[in-house]
Design a protein around this ligand. Structure first.
Ligand code: ACO
Length: 336
């Protein structure tokens, strides 16, 4: 196995524990059919989604993140005070600033951590993992907490059937630390971005381009907008390419990988990627049918479920592959 050039000769980093949190309220496709002109059959056929979670009013992103974090810390046997770095990947922060990560720090009592948010849309968790693990690999940080948390329901136009059926709320977290045996852990990653396609997926309002105003609220600029067809094509292309590139970089083939944990956007996107990679869809760890697309929370929630249900065993090679607004994309290989 080849080593990522940038990671060779420095400390190996492992995921020591994971946690996730899904809000209680379940919104089924049948529930949505009472709100917009859609059907369970349309949603399932086009996306594979059966239901998603919706956070309660007042249940903010940092709260979802804190629940997931406590579970991850417990799984890793780490106290909040031992955490030195918190990175929260989110496109639905509690507010413009301060960062959601600082609010999470306070909620969980991680008083010794420095904290920042990272925004790479649905790719956010993979980007955040990559940054955090490099801090540990270089010896600057011993223990990092990486979180993907989203309350997308706040930013959905519940009159727009083309978007509101696709997304859900949730949070997942992972605790990173140096590998005890110096063997297992992160092997390599690739990332890419294309800002020329920024207009195809995003929340246009609320920033300096379209500041909040009565007119912007009336136009719905603060809601998520998406050109679904184009996003679909780009997602399949970029995720398949990223998976191929990271495997090549690490001297591996897809046959070496036990589990592919993709960003859970849509079942058809994942089926198309499986075909391109020539790998059975059974090797993809999937939960999109239960939670929809949770943006930066999708990968860490799936990872936590795979860790807890026994799917992941020590020594398994795992491939994360992601795509999101920006556009951003990436892939990471690690030995569990
Ligand atoms: N229920 C019923 N009909 C609907 C719905 C709905 N919920 N949504 C759209 N339609 C209608 C449209 O109005 C359109 O009707 P028309 O032909 O009368 O105009 C028809 O269905 C087809 O619409 P399309 O948008 O062309 O449908 P498409 O087959 O492309 O499927 C979908 C839409 C599911 C959004 C698809 O484009 C897709 O999966 N895109 C990927 C987007 C995605 O997953 N993004 C997530 C964010 S990015 C990421 O996370 C990777």
């Amino acid at each position: 196995m080849a080593e990522d050039k940038q990671l060779s000769g420095i400390r190996k980093v492992v995921i020591a524990g994971t946690g996730s949190y899904l809000p209680e309220q379940i919104l089924t496709n049948h529930d949505l059919a009472k709100i917009v002109d859609t059907t369970d059959e349309w949603i399932q056929t086009r996306t594979g989604i059966r239901e998603r979670r919706r956070a309660a009013d007042g249940e903010v992103t940092s709260e979802l993140a804190a629940h997931a974090s406590r579970r991850a810390l417990e799984a890793a046997g780490v106290t909040p005070e031992e955490v030195q770095l918190i990175v929260v990947a989110t496109i639905t922060p509690d507010m413009m600033f301060p960062s959601t990560s600082c609010i999470v720090q306070d909620r969980i009592g991680a008083t010794n951590a420095f904290c920042f948010d990272l925004e790479a849309a649905c790719s956010g968790f993979q980007y955040a993992l990559d940054v955090a693990q490099r801090y540990i690999a270089t010896g600057d940080v011993e223990i990092a907490l990486v979180i993907g948390a989203e309350k997308l329901s706040t930013f959905l136009d519940w009159n727009d059937r083309a978007t509101c059926v696709l997304f859900g709320d949730g949070a997942g977290a992972a605790v990173l630390r140096p590998a005890d045996d110096g063997q297992r852990g992160f092997i390599g990653s690739v990332m890419g971005s294309d800002g020329s396609l920024a207009g195809l997926l995003g929340i246009p309002g609320g920033g300096t381009a379209l500041p909040p105003s009565i007119e912007s609220l009336q136009r719905g600029d603060h809601f998520l907008k998406m050109e679904g067809r184009e996003v679909f094509k780009q997602a399949v292309r970029c995720m398949s390419d990223a998976a191929g590139r990271v495997l090549e970089k690490c001297g591996l083939t897809i046959a070496d990988v036990k589990w592919i944990i993709p960003h859970q956007a849509n079942m058809r996107i994942m089926t198309a990627i499986a075909e391109r990679l020539d790998v059975p869809i059974e090797r993809f760890y999937l939960n999109v049918h239960r939670y929809g697309n949770m943006s930066a929370a999708s990968v860490p929630v799936a990872l936590d479920e795979a860790a807890r249900d026994g799917s992941l065993e020590s020594g398994d090679l795992v491939l994360f592959v992601v795509f999101g607004g920006g556009f951003t994309w990436g892939a990471t290989v690690l030995e569990w």
